[in-house]
Design a protein around this ligand. Structure first.
Ligand code: FAD
Length: 519
């Protein structure tokens, strides 16, 4: 018997033992030949049982490192067809918060990691790149830059997988202009919950295409994505300006995103913002920009109660553009804004360094042991009409200037989101992302503890509910089907029907806790 056969036999024994009353047919899995590796190695099981959130741990029975899209299809088909079934969850880079890529009594398909099933393929003339579903965005960027091209829409952090962000939306400061990442995909290869490998796009298998985009992994595993590209800018003028007045801050953000249809020279390329509280590294790891050459003393800028709001904008340009033109375009836009006049911080850097900025902050936090901590993150889409109620009720009251991590806040245009996709956003034309990116510390201070932060998250959700602020969770986390039904609102029926069509045994991505496997 070969080592692989021994491993498989061991895996199958575990499947039988652990599932208990549910007996899987070992011969079905024994017949499974994979191009990659199906393993029950404890190191693999342990890695697949954890995620960035560090809030819970669920160990799978086995881990597949796929060597091809066919491997993914083989394992899902086995789960679907076997007499009693087993669950299958794709895992990209495991940067979920609440165990969304984990599964019990099933197999985790580790899509990202050493050795990829297919290298990126750039079509220069057509301006797209075909990438493996587990490819990290940083590697997508590096491969397209070789041809002077780059994707249009990003996340702030690039060590996330293509399949992982497309299962949610994928947003950053470019979303007001280009829409989320799911609005910038031409085509996908997807393994459905029946183990079929299908190509889908707006024209072909369109129901599957839109189901999968923002579909929380419920309808299939993305093995290939065709991503739209644009000529890559060479440099970025990166500007931050400060506000002590929240409504001046949001008014300016809303003005800037309203320019989305104007030519590139008349708008910024990226619009974000965040709340600044002077509280040390863990709270401001996203604002290292200011130091060491530009230290900011919040108190010196006339902030009200120690809180400032920072608008962050960029202008992309090529080295052939003169500084005078870049300066003029920036100046023309800045003149129309109402920030604190003495608070303009500017830097200039290569495009890749700007896009990869959060990784630098990660390295700093890692060096201080502040990266691998529990992360009770809460991401909300807040309708524009209620953002000032949110400021009063959450930033100024519930949090009362104690953030325990960065708070991002920036608006987006709903017309850049395709309503045929599975993702849900508030009803209004403009809505904000408010991201409370908090880390729990075990330093004896109650306000830093996981329990405190988790209960504060609940308080924020309760406040929104009672105040009638119709927020939608981004990267949603719920545990009952009633909550999920409410989350999806009028999209629920279609979501459910698509689930019945593409994953009728409900074996995929059970870590999202939307459906239970029906075996
Ligand atoms: P995983 O955690 O591995 O998986 C997430 C979900 O997607 C699971 O349900 C999984 O089953 C499913 N899935 C994974 N791969 C596939 C696939 N190939 N096919 C189908 N389903 C799949 N999000 C933003 O939009 N913008 C940001 O700026 C941003 N910044 C972040 C910064 C950090 C430091 C972190 C930790 C997260 C950030 N996120 C951001 C959230 C991130 O986009 C999501 O958590 C995303 O799912 C992570 O990708 P992943 O590859 O780690 O996915």
């Amino acid at each position: 018997m070969t080592a692989t056969m021994l491993l498989l036999t061991f895996a199958i024994c575990r499947l039988i033992v652990t599932v208990g009353l549910i007996t899987l047919d070992p011969s079905e899995l024994l017949r499974l030949r994979v191009d990659g590796q199906l393993t029950v190695d404890q190191v693999d099981l342990e890695a697949a049982s954890l995620d960035f959130g560090m809030l819970g741990k669920t160990e799978p029975l086995a881990v597949l490192h796929p060597g091809s899209a066919q491997d993914v299809a083989r394992i899902v088909e086995a789960g679907y067809r076997s007499a009693h079934g087993f669950t299958v969850s794709a895992r990209g880079h495991g940067h979920s918060i609440n165990g969304q890529a984990q599964t019990r009594n099933g197999v985790v398909v580790q899509m990202s990691g050493e050795g990829r099933a297919a290298p990126p393929r750039v079509a220069v003339g057509e301006r797209y790149v075909d990438v493996w579903g587990g490819e990290l965005w940083i590697d997508v960027l590096k491969s397209t830059l070789e041809y002077g091209l780059a994707p249009k829409s990003w996340t702030d952090y690039l060590y996330l997988s293509v399949g992982g962000t497309l299962s949610n939306a994928g947003i950053s400061g470019q979303a007001f202009n280009h829409g989320p990442q799911i609005s910038n995909v031409h085509e996908l290869d997807v393994v459905t919950g029946k183990g079929e490998l299908l190509t889908c796009s707006e024209e072909k298998n369109s129901d599957l295409f839109y189901a999968v985009l923002g579909g929380l992994g419920q309808f299939g595993i993305i093995t290939r994505a065709r991503i739209a590209l644009e000529p890559a800018p060479q440099r970025v003028r990166w500007i931050r300006v400060l506000y002590s007045n929240f409504s001046a801050f949001t008014k300016d953000q809303e003005y800037l995103i309203s320019l989305h249809d104007l030519p590139a020279s008349q708008k910024f390329d990226y619009v974000e913002g965040f709340v600044i509280v002077d509280e040390g590294l863990i709270n401001n790891w996203r604002s290292s920009f200011f130091s060491p050459r530009n230290p900011v003393k919040v108190s010196s800028l006339g902030s009200n109660g120690g809180v400032l709001y920072c608008l962050e904008i960029t202008k992309n340009y090529d080295e052939s553009t003169t500084d005078i033109i870049v300066d003029q375009e920036v100046e023309t836009l800045l003149k129309r804004l109402n920030f604190i006049p003495t608070s303009v911080f500017t830097t200039d850097l290569p495009y890749i360094d700007f896009l990869d900025r959060v990784h630098k902050a990660e390295l700093k936090l890692r060096a201080k042991g502040l990266w691998e901590l529990p992360h009770p993150w809460l991401n909300l889409f807040v309708p524009k009409s209620r953002i000032s109620d949110f400021d009063n009720g959450v930033f100024k009251a519930i949090l009362s200037n104690k953030t325990s991590g960065p708070i991002l806040i920036y608006p987006m245009n709903k017309n850049k989101w395709d309503q045929r996709s599975s993702v849900v956003t508030p009803e209004e034309d403009v809505f904000y992302l408010v991201a409370l990116l908090r880390s729990a510390l075990d330093d004896g201070e109650e306000m830093h503890s996981l329990e405190y932060l988790t209960s504060q998250n609940r308080e924020i959700l309760r406040f929104c509910d009672e105040a009638g602020i119709k927020v939608k969770q981004y990267l949603p986390h719920y545990t009952t089907q009633e909550e999920w039904t409410e989350h999806f609102g009028n999209k629920w029926d279609r979501f459910y029907q698509r689930k019945m069509e593409f994953d009728p045994r409900q074996i995929l991505a059970t870590g999202q806790r939307i459906f239970r496997p029906n075996f």
